[in-house]
Design a protein around this ligand. Sequence first.
Ligand code: CU
Length: 486
Amino acid sequence: MKRLIFSSLFATVLLVACGINGGAPATPQAGQNPLLIPELIDSRETPEIMLNMQHGQHQFYAGVQSETKGFNGDYLGPTIRLYRDFDATITFVNDIGEPTSVHGHGLHVRGEIDGGPQGVIEQGESWQITIPVRQEAGVSWYHPHLMGTTAHQVHAGLAGLYFIEDENSQSLDLPKAYGVNDIPLIVQDRSFTDGAMNVYAVTAEQLEDGLREDTLVVNGTVDAYHVVPQGWVRLRFVNGSNARFYRFSFANNEPFFKIATEGGFLNRPVEMTAIDMAPGERNEIMIDLSNSTGATLMADFLNEDGEVGGGLNPFAATPQVTALEFRVDESLQPSGTLPDVLNDIAYFDRSEATQFRTFSLDMDGGDDDAGNANNGDLFSINGSSMNMMVVNERVKKGEIEIWQITGDQMLHPFHMHGVSFQILTHNGEPPAEADRGWKDTVVVGEGTTEIILRFDYVATDAFPYMFHCHIFEHEDSGMMGQFTVE
Ligand SMILES: [Cu+2]
């Protein structure tokens, strides 16, 4: 009881002290370690890209080795630059000692090369795919997606990025120097014992909330800093955490501009001072450091309700932390600016939809199709836990659909394969301007979120697409289903 009173008092003080945007502003800390930038592989220059999935030893803290996994390295993997209308061939080699698969999260490709749970790569075997890139510019990512092992394999370090470019992204005068002023940021939470990363393990409670740890890691770097030119800086965020939601802002509430969601650019930049990101989501932002000596990115670790602070759950929220310090070096050449117009999104109209589906992400088993309580399956969608032998939905290729999604007990990031969608409504309201872009992952709660979408690629019974919660612990425990597109 004492703890409850303290918590609510504390939450009240926080709310009063910080207004609506962020948590208690923390004092920005100087970075200690240079931000690691994943190697860049250009698909036009490397006709046969090899990505070896391997064991590694990564130093998050100097002099202390952590047991990790990576693609071609100790932790994470190279950024692969793809081009629209250019086919890229990639060979994934499994040397991690157990079966895996590699899903292209965000890629619009047919089921056989989507890399879902059916796309098993046994230890010692390889899997070669040729990706016909036909979608617009954006940030996608690759990571394991086997049934029941996704959480620990990604946690060990198996994830990497696809930067997709097209005529539009190449003609816009944006910052484009990879790792200099066009910077990938894979954000994850990890915990450490004497400087060594704790290997993946979850209690029953952590399974329910998703594994939430206490230390922010960016591109495999803790306490990071990065040196940038004195100009516009473009940050490509990927939330690669197992379960953690974040709120990012800059110290002193410096404004920034959101320019892209998962599947492409927004029509116009949207000015913001804080941005929330759920697991699986990607956002691109830009900040103007033309008249600045630097900026410090701050992060609030949000609780299971997507809020700052409070709660009785020890895994829920921590005070605001410094995510990444940007130091301006005037000797570096700035390039690019913030365009007024970025895209011309063709919005679906509700009246175009010919098929409606509802999805309920349940943590108590939910009800089955007959309306009977189905408490045997703790983590489920529409009353069924993931069953590899069952196709849950059958979609007609080229048909426009509206999906109405709700989530139980906490916020869940809902993701489906093979497509980008648009948000129609969230709790009955149209989306904010900053959310009116192409997405493939959306946060759902007890209110209904409506999305509109059209599937243009085939996924057969042998290699169906998945829809699932992107909290890996929920996904691995069955909050996932399968669908075909034909
Ligand atoms: Cu979930």
